[in-house]
Ligand binder design. Structure first.
Ligand code: MG
Ligand code: MG
Length: 260
């Protein structure tokens, strides 16, 4: 058995100049998510949140929402509430209530380069168990990012995430994964949130990936709603999602979706 896959294709590796462009777009993306999070409140619809995000992105020269029209998606943001894991379609009929959690997932295209980031935020006051779900998912993202160093492989990221999540009694979603990103919103390299150390493609310097644990309170299994987009937990229990776009650099992981 061969441990440790080959290097990723050179076509996925970005130059320092391209990574800097992604960081500038990523800073706009970070600020977009903060603006949307600030608008989260009981009584606000997910369509209103989406409008806040789209207007914010378009107020920056050179920036546009990357998800709008992508594979036919109708909005700038994927907004997923409670048992919805990802790909929720913003709607005026979907109104946030006290105690909900809402995942906001946005892509930005800036000067031809793409970044991708997501946060899950509480609506008003949430119960302690749900707060623990958010804390563990956020921590899972942090350990996944920390594993994104040039000596490691894609499997090291998933293994690190899976260990944190399962130690807390939660479940990692398998059907949806992180991915390479940069020249396109989704590039041809998958970054699962579970795995084994030293397996999968090597994390070569210049690789830019979206790391995005999706963590469920109950079963890991998912189903897709009739709208063909919204992915929910199979048991109806809650799910959280955090995501950053990072670059693998000689000095370790560089998070590109942070304040500028
Ligand atoms: Mg995303
Ligand atoms: Mg993504």
């Amino acid at each position: 058995m061969v441990l440790g896959g080959a290097a990723p294709p050179a076509s996925l590796l970005k130059s320092p100049r391209e990574i800097d462009i992604m960081a500038r777009g990523g800073a706009i993306l970070h600020a977009t998510l903060q603006a949307m999070a600030a608008a989260v409140a009981p009584g606000v619809s997910t369509a209103e949140l989406d409008a806040v995000g789209e207007a914010f992105i378009r107020s920056h020269a050179g920036a546009e929402p990357a998800f709008k029209g992508l594979y036919g998606f109708p909005a700038a943001a994927c907004i997923s509430v409670n048992e919805e894991i990802v790909h929720g379609i913003p709607s005026r009929k979907k109104v946030l209530r006290e105690g909900d959690i809402v995942s906001i997932d946005v892509g930005v295209k800036f000067e031809g380069m793409f970044t991708d980031s997501a946060i899950t935020v509480p609506v008003g006051t949430i119960d302690a168990g749900t707060q623990r779900l958010l804390d563990v998912t956020r921590r899972a993202l942090d350990v996944g990012i920390a594993a994104a160093i040039p000596e490691n492989h894609v499997g090291d990221i998933g293994a690190a995430i899976q260990a944190v999540v399962e130690a807390e009694g939660f479940a990692v979603v398998r059907e949806l994964v992180g991915h390479a990103v940069g020249y396109a919103p989704h590039e041809e390299l998958q970054v699962p949130n579970h795995g084994k150390p030293k397996r999968g493609k090597r994390l070569a310097v210049g690789l830019t990936i979206a790391i995005e644990p999706m963590v469920n309170v109950g079963t890991a299994r998912t189903k897709t709603l009739m709208d063909k987009w919204t992915v929910v937990t199979a048991d109806g229990l809650r799910s959280a999602h955090f995501e950053h776009t990072i670059a693998v650099t000689p000095d370790g992981p560089r998070i590109l979706t942070l304040p500028g």
